[in-house]
Structure formats: structure tokens, C-alpha cells
Design a protein around this ligand. Structure first.
Ligand code: SAH
Ligand code: SF4
Ligand code: F3S
Length: 448
């Protein structure tokens, strides 16, 4: 008998990858993935703890799910609720106190044990917890075969972080840096390509810190690029300190490596960077950008910013704007600093008032938005390869990404879905560009 599994994913791409693995690990027990939590036998929330808002979302969603759980109980059936991901790891058993109807709490390194935990929860009254912290065991224990994830897929190569930026929960929720073996990654990549993947994004909290034995991330990409049928390789998220020479050089000579880099800088002020424990300066960051552009002049850049970090003055914030002006980003994420329990910055007594954070965020986002629009406009009239991995909101609209990670949409072209096609960009919008297909290049190959 098949059972209904609903997984809701919050946070970063690593969680997207993990959710797919959880679905894989539950499949042999008869659980098949469903699009809604109504009538589900098992609901998994794969959560994010990065900012307070992310955490609050989880509790409001749990409230909605509880209603469904009660409905099911009225029919004499049982719905199990599991909280996984970084909130699970950070809060552990505390979750049962706030939401006693949750049956299972597990951290990101325990997904391979989900089937066992579900069996235990079914037998007992719930309250099953697993917060083990060994990434290696997880990767070794996860099943080989997985369901196809489509033409553009994520592949985790590294997990955890040893950097301990003073604002960030990730080193506490994901544990120490761990790199998977090159062989395991190559095998998984080949399997994904066999299932129709044309683009692989290598994932890690600090992906460029990857070291599989003597292999660097650049070595790994060189080998992956030799896989026939794989058209594109990307990687994220990188840390400036780990942006090695071989990786920078590879952007200039490996055609399958896309001309795009997400390289978070957080701030343009050296004083703030120091207090963030980022271990790099603004000049160090700008130097990387210069060398990347020397290797690959058209490389598109993206970043993450935090405004209102404790002690950030107007002057510090101006330094951030100045850095943005100097680089010229294609896209970026920016956030108001959110104090996180257990992190050093949260107990700093120089917290910035909310109003100042709001004002800075607006100014920064206006500048970034302007740069994004400029980059989108600059692509009008050019023809470029687009991988169409999604369908848009409008009927027949195909949505995809060009090499620079710009969102491209083409109207009246449902046949483009799942293909890599040459597209002429015809118009620029704030967050995307529009185009028309010149010719489809490769079709999604059916899984064998
Ligand atoms: N490993 C990546 C990103 C981790 S989290 C890196 O090193 O950059 C993604 C982004 O969330 C961060 O880059 C940062 O900009 C933001 N972030 C992390 N902690 C935050 C906090 N406490 N408040 C606001 N934003 C935060
Ligand atoms: Fe968090 Fe810093 Fe590690 Fe990124 S490098 S995950 S921001 S501690
Ligand atoms: Fe969030 Fe955890 Fe990713 S805190 S950003 S889900 S590593």
C-alpha cells in the first residue's frame, strides 16, 4: 500500500538536495511524494534557522498542519509530523515543548535514519529525536538510486562549515566541514546525467573549501566536465577565502563551467568584516573579482549582504554601497541582520535600531536592483543558450536560465521545457529577461 509523503523545504539549496534524498530514503517503505499535506501519512518540514523569520515560518506552518493531523485522527488515521533541517538541529527537543504534536525531530546529518525513526514513531507515541552530527555517515548510508530531479539538479559535495562568522548559525546546525569522496560524487553525477540532467550545481555551505583527498573543487569540476551529456556545471556557495587560483583559472578555460559566481561578501567595511569574523577585507574581495574578470571577462557576479550588523555606522554602510558600485553585480541577496541565539554577534551591545536597518536595506536594494536591471538590459539583442527547467505562470510560458543565471522567459513555447536552446533576448525586466527561441539544442533524454 502506498503512503503519502509531503516534504516542505525552506532555506538553501542544500535543503532542496536533502529533501530529495529524504524522499529517496522513504520510497522503499512505500512512501510516495505528494504536492500537498492534505491527507499525508508523513509530513516533513525541512527547515531553515538562518534568520528569525525563517524559524517563525516553521511554527506557523506547523499550526496549519496540526489542523490536518486532527482531521485525519477523526477518521481514525494517523499523520506523522517530522521537523528536520537546521531548526530541528538547533532546537532539538524544545520543538516538542512548543509543538507537542510533532512526532519526530531530526538534524541534517540524520536523514538516513528517517525510516527507522518513522517505524519507531508509528509503534510508539512519537517524540523520536536524532541529532547526530556525522556528515560522513549520512552520505555513506543514503541510497544509491534516486528519483530523477529534472534537467537542472543539485549535487552536494561538501557540507558543514568551520568559518564561524559571528552572525551565523550554520557551523552549529550543519557541523564541521566535510567533503565527500570524488568517486562517490562522480558516480552520483553520472547517474544524474543518465536520468536526464544537463546541468549540475555542486553544493556546499563552503563549496570551494572542497577537498576530497588531494582533489580541489577545480580538480573535481575538470573531471565532471568529461561526462558526456553534461552541458553545464555550477557551484555554490563559495567563500572569498577559499577562492583558489586553480578555480579562478578554470573559469577561463572550462567551457562547461558557467560564467557566473555567487560570492558572498556581507559588507564593504573592513571594521565590520573583522567583527563578522569573515577573515577577509574589502580589498581582498575586490582583488578576487579582478582576477576572475581577467580569466573570464564576461563573468556575472552575485553576492550576499547583511545590513545593520552590530556596530555598523553610516560610514560602514557607505563602504558597502561603494563596494557594490565598484563591482557591479548581476544579482544579489541582502538581509537585515537578525540576531541568532548562540552566536557571538547576538550578544553584542551595539545592536542597530530596526529603523536604520530598514533604511539601509532599502538603499542597498535600490542600488542592487539598478545594477540588475542594467545587466538585464545589456543582454538585449544577444543570442545565448538557455536551459529551460520550469514552466512559467502563463500558459505555454517556458522559464529557464542563461549562462549568467539570468531568468529568461519565452512565451508560447511549451516545447522548450526540458531543453537547452539558443534564445535571442528581446526585452529586459527588473528580475528577468524575455526572449525568443532560435533552435532547440538538446532534448531531455528519458531515463533508461
Ligand atoms: N555559506 C554561505 C552562506 C550561508 S547563509 C556563506 O558563507 O556566505 C546565506 C546568507 O544568509 C549569508 O551569506 C548571509 O548574508 C545571510 N545570513 C546569515 N546569517 C544571518 C543573520 N544572522 N542575519 C541576517 N542574515 C544572515
Ligand atoms: Fe555561515 Fe560564515 Fe560559514 Fe557562510 S562561511 S556558512 S556565513 S559561518
Ligand atoms: Fe538555512 Fe540551514 Fe541552509 S540555516 S540557509 S537551511 S544551512
Amino acid at each position: 500500500m502506498t503512503k503519502k509523503l509531503f516534504i516542505k523545504t525552506y532555506g538553501c539549496q542544500m535543503n532542496v538536495y536533502d529533501s530529495a534524498r529524504m524522499a529517496d530514503v522513504m520510497a522503499p517503505l512505500g512512501y510516495s511524494a505528494s504536492e500537498s499535506f492534505e491527507d499525508a501519512d508523513l509530513v516533513v518540514l525541512n527547515t531553515c534557522h538562518i534568520r528569525e523569520k525563517a524559524e517563525e515560518k516553521v511554527y506557523s506552518e506547523l499550526g496549519r498542519i496540526l489542523k490536518e493531523k486532527k482531521k485525519k485522527a477523526d477518521k481514525g488515521e494517523r499523520m506523522l509530523i517530522a521537523v528536520g533541517g537546521c531548526v530541528g538541529q538547533a532546537e532539538g527537543e524544545e520543538i516538542f515543548k512548543r509543538a507537542p504534536y510533532v512526532d519526530i525531530v531530526l538534524g541534517p546529518q540524520s536523514y538516513h535514519q528517517l525510516p527507522e525513526m518513522v517505524t519507531k514513531a508509528i509503534r510508539g507515541k512519537g517524540g523520536v529525536v536524532n541529532l547526530e552530527f556525522e556528515a560522513q555517515q549520512k552520505f555513506d548510508a543514503l541510497p544509491e538510486a534516486g528519483a530523477s530531479q529534472g534537467v537542472s539538479v543539485f549535487l552536494a559535495v561538501q557540507e558543514g562549515c568551520d568559518k564561524f562568522c559571528s552572525f551565523c548559525v550554520v557551523p552549529y546546525t550543519r557541523g564541521a566541514e566535510y567533503s565527500r569522496s570524488p568517486q562517490a560524487i562522480l558516480d552520483e553525477a553520472k547517474r544524474m546525467v543518465g536520468q536526464g540532467a544537463l546541468e549540475i550545481t555542486l553544493l556546499g555551505q563552503n563549496v570551494n573549501a572542497y577537498h576530497g583527498g588531494t582533489w580541489s573543487l577545480a580538480d573535481l569540476i575538470v573531471k565532471l566536465a568529461q561526462i558526456d551529456g553534461l552541458a553545464r556545471i555550477r557551484y555554490m556557495t563559495s567563500h572569498p577565502r577559499d577562492m583558489s587560483d586553480d578555480l579562478i583559472a578554470l573559469h577561463g578555460c572550462e567551457p562547461k563551467l558557467m560564467p557566473f559566481l555567487h560570492l558572498p561578501v556581507q559588507s564593504g567595511s573592513d571594521a565590520i568584516l573583522k567583527r563578522m569574523n569573515r577573515k577577509h577585507t574589502a580589498a581582498f574581495y575586490l582583488d578576487i573579482i579582478e582576477r576572475l574578470r581577467a580569466a573570464r571577462p564576461d563573468i556575472a557576479l552575485s553576492s550576499d549582504f547583511i545590513v545593520g550588523f552590530p556596530g555598523e555606522s553610516d560610514r560602514d554602510f557607505e563602504d558597502t554601497l561603494a563596494l557594490v558600485e565598484k563591482v557591479g553585480f548581476h544579482s544579489a541577496y541582502s538581509f537585515k541582520y537578525s540576531p541568532r541565539p548562540g552566536t557571538p554577534a547576538a550578544v553584542d551591545d551595539r545592536q542597530v535600531p530596526e529603523a536604520a536597518k530598514d533604511e539601509r536595506l532599502q538603499r542597498l536594494q535600490a542600488l542592487l536592483q539598478k545594477q540588475m536591471l542594467a545587466a538585464n538590459r545589456a543582454s538585449v539583442g544577444k543570442t545565448m543558450e538557455v536551459l529551460f527547467d520550469r514552466s512559467g505562470k502563463q500558459a505555454g510560458q517556458a522559464l529557464g536560465k542563461n549562462p549568467y543565471m539570468q531568468s529568461v522567459h519565452v512565451l508560447g513555447a511549451p516545447h522548450l521545457q526540458g531543453t537547452l536552446a539558443q534564445v535571442r533576448i528581446t526585452a529586459a525586466h527588473g528580475n528577468s529577461v524575455a526572449g525568443e527561441a532560435v533552435e532547440p539544442l538538446m532534448q531531455l533524454r528519458k531515463a533508461s
